[in-house]
Design a protein around this ligand. Sequence first.
Ligand code: SAM
Length: 288
Amino acid sequence: MGETCKNWTEWLSKTRFASLTEEQRTQTLNWLQLVADIIINSARIKEGDTVIDIGTGTGLLAFKALEKLNGTGTVIFSDKFQDCLDSCQEFITSTKVSGNYKMLLSPADKIDLPDESVDKAIMRSVLVHIVNKQSSISEIYRILKKGGRFSFFEPVIRSNTRYWELVRPENIKNFEAFKEAENSFMTDFEDSLCNFDENSIAENLDKAGFADGEINLDNVESKYIVSAPMIDEWFNNPPAPGRPTIKERFLRYFSAEDVNEYIKDLKRDLTGREITVRTKAIFAYAVK
Ligand SMILES: C[S@@+](CC[C@H](N)C(=O)[O-])C[C@H]1O[C@@H](n2cnc3c(N)ncnc32)[C@H](O)[C@@H]1O
């Protein structure tokens, strides 16, 4: 586990922002609100619904669902990790958020609820942390009522710009070897972060039995100026608690000396330059 990140609440509140400038942090927070609004709208929450937020984290979606229910129905804050539920509970207690809610400690692939017991399931960036997406999607199908709706968002990390695409190859020692290593770990089928895309998710939804649905792709291009500390953060920030950093991933293929040399080359080549970074994500809903 990385030193900077001990658990999910710490990662959600601190670690994920560590490499960002204040302006980028604000942009990210605004973007998260936008993403949450799209998920909530696409869930078509009605007063009286029972809504489950799977992998609720610090409750980004669940609190919006509570507002939407306006004192009716129930929101189930569900997560595999107790620190997340504690954080949501603390927020409710300290701010006196109103509405009916339950806290449920459950992994997404074994949700402690009866069959056909919820109207809506909402989720953001959770499947990306689960190796076997099919078992979680089938479990969500199981707990939804007939006609129930599953609305979710996931980043498609394997389609993101790779580091080797940003650099000028002639400035990088062992460029081809580093390119090959990055391509290899970014398409690893054993790695939850990279083992899926929109096509595999569509297959998972079909296989689970969902009758209808839609997957929309969000392709974003962002431009920014690179700084050396930013490159350190790229390599040393864990993508989730307990998951290997980019540096640790490269260390599976190269010696520490070679990886440090690569990072130095990247800094020399990229510092002060404007880069364009491509990211892809899925917004989807499925109806049982
Ligand atoms: C990137 S965070 C997203 C949190 C929240 N949904 C949001 O949008 O801010 C991933 C969340 O998934 C949860 N999680 C990870 N693996 C899980 C699993 N197998 N079952 C349920 N939740 C899981 C983590 O505890 C964490 O809260």
